[in-house]
Design a protein around this ligand. Sequence first.
Ligand code: NAD
Length: 460
Amino acid sequence: MDGSAGRDIRADYEETVARLRKTFHSGKTRSFAWRRQQLEALGNAVATNEARIKEALKADLGKPDLEAAVAEVDYLTKECALAARKCESWSKPRGVGTPLSLMPSRSQMVPEPLGVALIIGAWNYPLQEVFGPLAGAIAAGNCAVLKPSELAPHASELLREIAAQVLDSDAFATVLGGAEETSALLEQRFDKIFYTGGARVGRIVMEAASKHLTPVTLELGGKSPAVVAADADLEVTARRIAWAAFMNGGQLCVRPDHCLIEESVYEPFLETLEKTVREFYGEDMKASPDFARIVNERHFDRLVGLIGDSKVLIGGEHDRSEKFLAPTVLRDVSPDAPSMQEEIFGPILPCLKVASIDEAISFINKRDKPLALYAFTKSSDVSDRILNETSSGTLMINDAVMFQANHHLPFGGVGESGMGAFHGQHTFDCFSHLKAVMKRPFFGDVSLRYPPYSERAAKL
Ligand code: NAD
């Protein structure tokens, strides 16, 4: 379905959701053979379309092929394979204890699919953000409507084509379009909404969901700090931060958004960071095949505005006609600078000096809870303090972004950076209801609990 004008899209969406709900109630999606077949078909289609996926991501974002291969194709094929392999075992009842006073009884949590889900994706990893959650939704036995981002039109069209070719059309549908189409979709009653994007639209999604009491997972963003302690290995830290901050042109929800550097290593760290950025992208950064472009002119103008009159350590060059903004490190940035007022979500890395780890912790705690927090230190006292005295969706020590490759870890935000989490079995769980089931035999019936209570109360 596309959202072209001239017809009643609401009626279309209502019909689609009703069709999917009918399939859900038919029991078709409960079959593990069906779930495995859908997941394998999706994983295979992503793998066989690798070249077209790279081409689409190049057209939308100038995304380097290796980044597309790792973060979209490889990630998705692995998530689909894992979900296909595990969907049956993940669905098994999970036994829990029963207090002695309730014996004889057996207590379990039994995962059941929620029904018809809506999955809304953002534009920076346009396939991963829709097909990733979908893998868990299929594994858990749901139907789903997919709504990729209109800001990555080539990838979204390819996603629609792949879904139409390999997924069961009784159970899955794709809607293309932007705010108008998403708003109309949000009027429908879904059993789960999984949204990836900014917090402003996250609030719109949650408000719409409240009308039907639909549960939501909100995968949002925010300003993720990287703390560089005085005892960090500066060379490795600079490499890991620069790689994570400028990957996909800095358009990554868990990128280190800014650095908080302990005073005693501030100058040597900046020197190392500058050298590292030069090594990665060369003197002519525009010619680097390893650096993506900004998604559109609106974001390009916003990013150039965020540099403002801050001191540029390296980068700063930009060309609107190519939506190119060089990997840019800003030094001596004030907390009041434009780049510190909103999530950057582009290739700009402000660096701030802090007198101590105490100051870094208090800086972090005065702001919204970040999606990710990075701490670079050899001291377990320092990393323990950051772990225990701050709150963030994820804490990674001595590296950035890599935690996302571990599907055992739940990925999600807290507070302003989101709610709920996914990846691997966590995605299965987020599209399931864990039904509490208690089973008792007929024998061992104790009459004490039954009325009339007064006779027993008199004996007490
Ligand atoms: P976006 O503009 O593509 O919007 C996201 C989705 O919301 C799109 O599908 C879009 O069509 C829809 N939308 C836009 N306006 C709407 C409206 N008024 N009503 C209803 N729906 C609407 O993406 P974005 O918000 O620019 O994405 C960037 C943000 O997403 C950043 O904050 C980033 O950190 C975050 N993000 C988070 C994750 C994560 O997994 N936590 C991943 C990627 C991006």
